[in-house]
Ligand binder design. Structure first.
Ligand SMILES: Nc1nc2c(c(=O)[nH]1)N[C@@H](CN(C=O)c1ccc(C(=O)N[C@@H](CCC(=O)O)C(=O)O)cc1)CN2
Length: 294
């Protein structure tokens, strides 16, 4: 058996094509969505992701504004940039690219975002609404990677209701909100959220119908940990720099041999990453549409 590839590039491209029509409709109503990114420092991965977010905006017809602060920026500098973004009329949504350089308190900065402009769904108010499962008028943006994972599974008709999901990693952007999302009414999965102190991780993963690996440990998830036919989503990514060739290589959390056992497998790169970006654009569009209803 070879797993069906959960193609994040193709799926994200389909989603962006769908969003393009909605953006044309918004503009016809005089609403111009504008996404800003706030990047602090020179982390190569973060720079790549931010560049990708701006190229997505250009592709679908969203205005985008880029605020880059040097690694030497103080917390007061970051707070001032957040205040400007909260007050900007052109910026309808924005993100603070994570991680912030060491020395900044990420949670404190996220809390300063105007929740109505929080394109990442990481402000405590929006995470709180995820906990509450609030739908309808107060529907808040979902964190982009968890939303992208669920959308990828949905578009490939991978069943979720009643399934056992094991999430490896309890980070803010993936593991913790994903556990909440999968247990929401309508998705109704049974989730085990594992972490570095989990006893017998392999045993937990072996029981899963859906495995999400988001820890950044290259090839942690082995083929003999996987229940035959399970869906496996490889989220964690590690940049390995080859001193000899000078080239960088991206390695996921899932061992390549898993492809012979799993029913569905998201590659890494080209799996969940592009979906994260597509969900960000989707959050910006949804917020702009809601502003029309307000
Ligand atoms: N404010 C946020 N910070 C971070 C988030 C987030 O959702 N909001 N998630 C990650 C990084 N991330 C988005 O910001 C992200 C990660 C990966 C990709 C992606 O498309 N990856 C490519 C590979 C590109 C490369 O690394 O060269 C792929 O998987 O094909 C997009 C966005 C942490 N920070």
């Amino acid at each position: 058996m070879t797993a069906i590839t959960l193609d994040g590039v193709k799926t994200a491209s389909d989603i962006k094509a769908e969003l393009r029509d909605r953006i044309v409709a918004l503009r016809a109503h005089g609403v111009v969505p504008g996404l800003a990114t706030l990047l602090v420092g020179n982390d190569p991965g973060s720079k790549t992701y931010v560049a990708g977010k701006h190229s997505d905006c250009a592709e679908v017809g969203i205005e985008s504004i880029r605020i880059d602060l040097p690694g030497s920026a103080t917390s007061a500098d970051v707070r001032a940039a957040i205040k400007d973004l909260n007050n900007s009329r052109e910026v309808t949504g924005y993100i603070i690219q994570l991680p912030l350089p060491v020395g900044h308190n990420e949670n404190a900065m996220l809390e300063l975002i105007d929740p109505s402009k929080d394109a990442d769904g990481l402000h405590p108010t929006n995470l709180g609404r995820l906990v509450l499962g609030i739908e309808g008028e107060l529907r808040s943006p979902l964190p982009c990677t968890p939303a992208g994972i669920v959308e990828l599974l949905r578009r490939y008709d991978v069943p979720i209701v009643g399934k056992k999901v094991v999430v490896v990693g309890r980070g803010l952007t993936v593991g913790r909100p994903l556990g909440l999302l999968f247990t929401r009414k309508g998705l109704d999965a049974t989730v085990t959220l594992t972490h570095s102190r989990t006893v017998d991780l392999a045993g937990e993963v072996r029981r899963a119908d859906i495995v999400v690996a988001a820890v950044g440990v290259p090839h942690l998830i082995q083929a003999d940990w996987i229940k035959p036919g399970a869906a496996v989503l490889d989220v964690g990514i590690t940049r390995v720099h080859n001193e000899v060739t000078g080239k960088g290589r991206l390695t996921g959390d899932v061992h390549p041999d898993v492809a012979a056992v799993a029913g569905h497998l998201s590659p890494n790169p080209r799996g969940v990453g592009p979906m994260t970006r597509a969900m960000l654009v989707s959050n910006v569009v949804k917020a702009a549409e809601q502003s029309l209803l307000a």
